[in-house]
Design a protein around this ligand. Structure first.
Ligand code: ADP
Length: 488
């Protein structure tokens, strides 16, 4: 795996969970998996074990040679190879994973360093699986420079976790990474379809990878047939014969209310009433009043993608309908950050609402354990892990019917699934009216038909969302890619 994130040491969102969860599942089946990851200064080092010495090597970049070190470590059952760089720009020492003005250069360098490490160590894997725009250059570098580097033919599987971030960059970055921009800035390779002469790193990955996946079947359809392709729909349709949607799983060792060490009282299907103790602990932790009201939660990056105006509306609607509301979120966009800080300030202190702006893994676990409903009004959602995690903790999701949300949430009233599979509420239009329709049904059920609400919780808790199915599908893809080509 080549990735910008791997939970729990470097995680900004679902990408980190997926790389860790899938790698661990594959490793548990006897596959030899290693995750190449930047050695960020902000890694959670308490979660790392690095018994071996770092190995020095150098990486050609921008016409010079950058001294690097690779260290083999283990993270919660997964082997990682951390790549540190003594570059003057201190690429991986910014106190955070993303959001820097030179992110494109930082990750172009990382791709070059990953390929260079495989060359100097002689550790070419049987297959490379890379993820999102940050690593889109890996298959491009292998195709363009592989022969010169003496690389064997290594098939590449490339997973698109979010088409909203494609890595559109000035073309000269390709030259800086050792590629030939003049050759590559053409529509069939890296020329950004949005116009101009910029390079699109995700496009490069799609073109040059041997197989491309995205993280749910529904999103795989949406990105080819609707504007959710964000400009890449034509390209993805052209490459349909090597494209599939594989629904993500969640890591059952991390997200299991029966053994979760982050929550005060463990519970499961067989002793669901114990969830009430966690509800009490959540109220206490966030200063909410004790009341016979359902707790509605949002745990999310606060990004345009997540339907932030609907999150704000949902908060006010929940309070008007007699619910309690908790939000845990982070906004990279300063305007959204200001919006939610303003809201938190306006409400505080409030017996029925608490907004916590920050990233807090432990609080996230407590929220899932204590909440009754989770609101996910995304404008688009490649897969979404929060609805799957929430369901496992007996939380009923209220979500927009889009991407992976549509593949995992089945409406209590309108689904064509049997009752045992119905587990939440869906709405179609990304409007306040759409949201209120589904949300009011969920609240109404909680208030008037608690026994049915309990059944919905149990249906969600029993749903199968482990990595097992996804790992089967990925192994199938890997094996096809690694199979020797049939004779002509
Ligand atoms: P995305 O990858 O688009 O951010 P996902 O639903 O796929 O969304 O994954 C989100 C993951 O990040 C979940 O594990 C969720 O619990 C976690 N998460 C999101 N925001 C926070 C936060 N502020 N604090 C702790 N965990 C968070």
């Amino acid at each position: 795996m080549v990735s910008a994130e791997c939970a729990p040491i470097a995680k900004a969102g679902g990408l980190g969970d997926v790389v860790h969860g899938l790698s661990r599942e594959l490793a548990s089946r006897g596959e030899q998996v290693e995750v190449l990851l930047p050695d960020y200064d902000c890694l959670r080092r308490d979660q790392l074990a690095c018994p071996e010495q770092a190995v020095s090597f150098s990486v050609p970049f921008e016409g010079t040679s950058v001294a690097c070190q690779a260290r083999r470590c283990t993270v919660d059952g997964v082997t990682c190879r951390l790549i540190a760089a003594d570059s003057p720009a201190r690429f991986f020492c910014r106190g955070r994973l993303y959001g820097e003005p030179d992110d494109a250069a930082r990750f172009a360098f990382f791709c070059r360093a990953a390929v260079e490490w495989m060359r100097v160590s002689g550790q070419w894997p049987d297959l490379i699986h890379c993820h999102d725009w940050q690593t889109g250059l890996v298959p491009v570098l292998l195709r363009e420079l592989g022969t010169a580097l003496g690389a064997p033919r290594v098939p590449v599987c490339y997973t698109l976790h979010n088409l909203g971030y494609q890595g559109q960059v000035e073309a000269d970055l390709l030259d800086r990474a050792g590629l030939d921009a003049a050759r590559l800035i053409i529509p069939q390779r890296l020329l950004d379809p949005a116009g101009g002469s910029r390079a699109n790193l995700m496009q490069g990955g799609i073109v040059d990878a041997d197989f491309v996946t995205t993280v749910s079947p529904r999103y795989a359809w949406e990105v080819r047939h609707t504007e959710q392709g964000m400009g890449l729909q034509d390209l993805l349709r052209q490459h349909s014969n090597k494209f599939a949607g594989v629904l993500n799983g969640i890591d059952y060792q991390v997200w299991d209310p029966r053994v979760d060490r982050h929550i005060p009282v463990q519970f499961g299907v067989e002793n669901l009433p114990l969830k009430a103790d966690n509800r009490g602990a959540l109220r206490q932790r966030l200063g909410l009043g004790v009341a016979s009201k359902p707790i509605v939660a949002v745990v999310s990056r606060l990004d345009h993608q997540k339907g932030v105006h609907l999150v704000e509306h949902g908060l006010r609607f929940a309070l008007a309908q007699g619910c309690q509301f908790v939000l845990l979120g982070t906004a990279l966009d300063p305007r959204l950050d200001a919006l939610f800080r303003g809201l938190a300030h306006e409400l505080a202190p409030h017996p029925d609402a608490h907004l916590e702006l920050g990233y807090d893994e432990t609080l996230a676990h407590l929220i899932y354990a204590g909440a009754d409903m989770i609101l996910i009004p995304s404008l688009y959602e490649p897969c979404g892990l929060t609805q799957m995690i929430a369901m496992r903790y007996g939380v009923v999701p209220v979500v927009r019917r889009v991407g992976g949300l549509a593949d995992t949430v089945f409406d209590a009233n309108y689904s064509d699934q049997p009752f045992e599979r119905r587990n939440g509420y869906l709405f179609d239009e990304p409007t306040t009216v759409g949201l209120e329709g589904a949300f009011a049904r969920a609240i109404g059920l909680w208030q008037r038909f608690p026994e049915y609400f309990r059944q919905l919780r149990l249906n969600g808790m029993r749903a199968e969302h482990s990595w097992s199915n996804a790992a089967d599908e990925y192994l199938h893809i890997y094996r096809r890619l690694c199979a020797p080509a049939p004779p002509d």
